[in-house]
Design a protein around this ligand. Structure first.
Ligand code: LMR
Length: 398
């Protein structure tokens, strides 16, 4: 029955985590997966989330199925977090938000929906992007192409080339964009670049699909939502998949959402209906506990400011690690430009290290990063940053 099945080569990110966990060297450093670790190298349990869970437990409520679209309070809070409370698109009923199984669940539900309703469309992702973007959309039956994005020569964005490519796309092409904290490069579009991009998206009638997995890890909750709000203010129709995995440190709870910002309330109702049907066909309905955590933390007058402060602390710790790694590398490898560590945003930095150098870091120094040269800066702490810099300097020296 199954003898013809091809072996699965494994996911490059999850396989590296397995290899890290199996590595007996005590000084090993995990800069592989996009997870925030604290100064002690632990996965934090945020006090705001703990308090929310204590309340949920104390309420000892029943555990019914959620509706296909998820919990109403959670969905309302998510739309307000993305667009700002009272945004005209929300007031006009033009936002269809569903609670999903992490933002990956949202991306996948959106991809299946789009394959049904825009079957001729092709998908365009940034070069490079999160590996799983391509896999997910191809899995939904799309042809996936790449638009120019990262400029290895300058460490910036090939913005003119990006615009030229997007200007030539057929109408109703789907353009996947990282709303902030670009994964894997850490190189974001500036507000001015978003402002220049939006007219192209509108004139070419492209469908932007925003991935917002790191809201709050760039410059702040509001600042990191710039693209989401600018697209809405410009009257575009678009999708946004967002995640609470990192921002609430609730990875395994699978807390995420998918929102469609539509031209009219009638369109939003149609989209919501078909998103519900899409969910029903994949996993029927999302997780109750995830909904309760998100709704409590975002909606409670005490827990919300607590969570926002916790998010600031995580962001500032990452920024401090960027500064520390940069300073140490500048001292150890003078003459090289490490300024990108300071200008990039979010959890990730694209180091420019080759796959061979990455292999040496892992094999000779027990420093784990993915072979594209991306590091998760949130895996650094004051106890391992110097050693990491020393290992990088040695590998760079040849
Ligand atoms: C990452 O890019 O490391 C994270 O988004 C985790 C994942 O699922 O790959």
């Amino acid at each position: 029955m199954f003898e013809h099945i091809q072996p699965y080569a494994g996911d490059p990110i999850f396989a590296l985590v397995d290899a890290f966990n199996a590595d007996p060297r005590p000084h090993k450093v995990n800069l592989s997966i996009g997870i925030y670790f604290d100064e002690q190298g632990r996965l934090p349990v945020l006090p705001s989330v703990q308090a929310a869970e204590a309340r949920i437990l104390a309420a000892a409520g029943p555990k019914p199925y959620l509706p296909m679209e998820g919990d109403a309070a959670c969905r309302t809070q998510v739309a307000a977090l993305l667009l700002g409370a009272g945004h005209p698109a929300i007031a006009a009923g033009r936002v269809a938000t569903i609670q999903t199984v992490g933002s990956s669940g949202g991306l996948k539900v959106g991809a299946d929906f789009l394959k049904t309703w825009l079957p001729e469309a092709q998908v365009w992702v940034s070069d490079p992007t999160w590996d799983n973007h391509r896999a997910m959309f191809e899995g939904s039956g799309f042809v996936v192409n790449a638009y120019p994005y990262y400029d290895a020569a300058t460490g910036g964005v090939r913005f003119d080339d990006m615009l030229t490519t997007l200007r030539a796309l057929p109408r109703r092409s789907i353009v996947l964009l990282h709303a902030c904290c670009h994964n894997p490069t850490g190189v974001d579009l500036s507000a001015a670049q978003w402002d220049a991009l939006i007219p192209v998206l509108r004139e070419r009638e492209l469908l932007p699909y925003l991935d917002l997995a790191y809201q709050g890890f760039g410059d702040g909750i509001e600042q990191d939502a710039y693209a989401v709000r600018a697209l809405a203010d410009a009257g575009l129709t678009y999708f946004v998949a967002n995640s609470f995995s990192k921002s609430m440190s609730v990875y395994g709870e699978r807390c995420g959402a998918l929102s469609a910002i539509c031209a009219t309330a009638a369109e939003a109702a149609l989209v919501l209906g078909q998103l519900r049907f899409t969910v029903r066909r994949i996993y029927s309905s999302p997780a109750l506990h995830a909904a309760k955590i998100v709704a409590h933390v975002l909606g409670d007058a005490d827990l919300r400011p607590m969570w926002e402060a916790e998010l600031v602390a995580m962001r500032e710790r990452i920024a401090a690690m960027r500064v520390a790694l940069h300073a140490r590398l500048v001292a150890l490898a003078p003459g090289r430009d490490f300024g990108y560590f300071l200008s990039q945003r979010g959890m990730f930095s694209y180091t420019g290290l080759s796959a061979d150098q990455v292999d040496r870091l892992r094999e000779e120094h027990a420093v784990y990063l993915i072979r594209s040269g991306r590091i998760c800066v949130a895996g650094l702490n004051t106890g391992n940053v110097n050693r990491t810099a020393e290992a990088m300097a040695k590998v760079l020296a040849g």
